[in-house]
Design a protein around this ligand. Structure first.
Ligand SMILES: [Zn+2]
Length: 377
């Protein structure tokens, strides 16, 4: 019997070494590395920057083993379901197909983003959704200022739509379905960060309701719609964190009591946990709630390196039940793709004010650290 076991063992080793040696080099790169998600998030390029961006994907993202590209599309696409919502200059179907092709070639999963709920305006400018459909505005009584400044008496950061408006989802789900179809993807990023206006007293539908329940309800509604076609929902994590208790403040976390929604949303919503000033260890909190999480740095390279090390450490030290909730890292870029590429290829300086903060240095440091920890460099 012992001898039989030995023979079996030898056979298994022989077969597995044979299988491993036959895995082609290219396929090895597409296998899960030290972190399942190695992501990059940026605004979708304008048409004029499309070719330069495709070159960047091929020559800069792919060699760093980036396998996830979150593209903030919003209204930069020629929607056929709602042409009234398109930006004046927007990507065509053929343009998107070029992005899909280059990502497919490099085993990169594209996740398109359209901001839902919050971020329906920016500074003094109303976004396309509320400009065309002002009846969806959660705070129609708040007028857009000529010159935006923060703080302001209205507490206006960005407008929100009213999640209880009976017609809102009919419109936005057309966009969600169309953008997922054209990007041929099984995941959608709904944004949902920095929602300051929610459950407002002046809204006849929302007033008096629990803000955490309103937020969770909207997450669930979007999640369930995506699930009909087997698609996953990704969101930013800040509304699920308690800003006061943690000291994280009202941007990276919630001051308006939405944080209890963390216990009310489906567990397969993917959380993009952004922290730009300090490497707070909030992924542990999300993971312990049964949610999968990625840490998202921006332009502080020192913090990004610490955040990679933390993420790897969390995975190594976690019980098997929790390990896979620590999904990885996503570098976030908050300039336009065109401006980022100008900076990246040295056509224009990144900072005019000699600030040490750099998205480019952060991006390189983040992926350099992942490679270092993988022992591949
Ligand atoms: Zn409302």
């Amino acid at each position: 019997m012992v001898k039989m076991k030995q023979i079996l063992l030898v056979l298994i080793i022989a077969i597995s070494s044979l299988t491993f040696s036959q895995v082609p080099e290219k396929l090895k790169d597409s296998q899960p590395n030290i972190l399942p998600v190695r992501g990059f998030c940026i605004a979708a390029p304008e048409i004029k920057d499309l070719d330069s961006f495709i070159k960047f994907i091929d020559e800069e993202l792919a060699p760093r083993s980036v396998n996830t590209l979150i593209l903030r599309v919003d209204y930069n696409y020629q929607y056929e379901s709602h042409p009234e919502l398109r930006d004046s200059i927007a990507l065509s179907k053929a343009d998107v197909r070029k992005l899909v092709a280059i990502c497919r070639k490099n085993n990169i999963r594209i996740i398109p983003q359209v901001n839902l709920l919050g971020h329906q305006s920016w500074a003094g400018k109303t976004g396309n959704l509320l400009r065309v459909y002002p009846q969806f505005d959660e705070t129609p009584q708040v007028k857009m200022p000529e010159k935006y400044e923060w703080p302001n008496p209205d507490g206006l950061y960005c407008k929100s739509y009213c999640p209880l408006n009976p017609d809102i989802h009919r419109v936005v789900f057309d966009l969600v379905d169309e953008i997922c179809d054209v990007f041929e993807t099984d995941a959608f990023h709904a944004g949902m960060d920095e929602v300051f206006y929610i459950g407002e007293a002046q809204c006849p539908l929302c007033s008096g309701r629990d803000k955490a329940e309103l937020f969770a309800g909207e997450v669930r509604t979007i999640h369930d719609h995506l699930a009909l076609k087997g698609r996953k929902l990704w969101i930013w994590g800040d509304r699920l964190l308690d800003g006061k208790t943690t000291g994280l403040g009202e941007w990276e976390a919630s001051y308006n009591n939405t944080y209890r929604a963390i216990d009310m949303i489906p567990k397969d919503v993917m959380i993009c946990d952004w922290h730009y000033d300090r490497p707070d260890q909030t992924p542990v909190y999300f993971a312990m709630k049964g949610l999968s999480v990625m840490t998202c740095p921006w332009r502080n390279a020192g913090n990004a390196v610490l955040q990679v090390q933390d993420m790897v450490k969390f995975r190594k030290s976690a019980a098997s039940e929790m390990k896979d909730h620590y999904q990885g890292m996503v570098q976030t870029i908050w300039s336009s793709a065109g401006k980022f590429l100008d900076n990246y290829y040295g056509r224009k300086p990144e900072n005019s004010d000699n600030s040490p903060d750099s998205q480019i240095v952060c991006f390189k440091a983040l992926f350099g650290e992942i490679k270092k920890l993988e022992g591949t460099k």
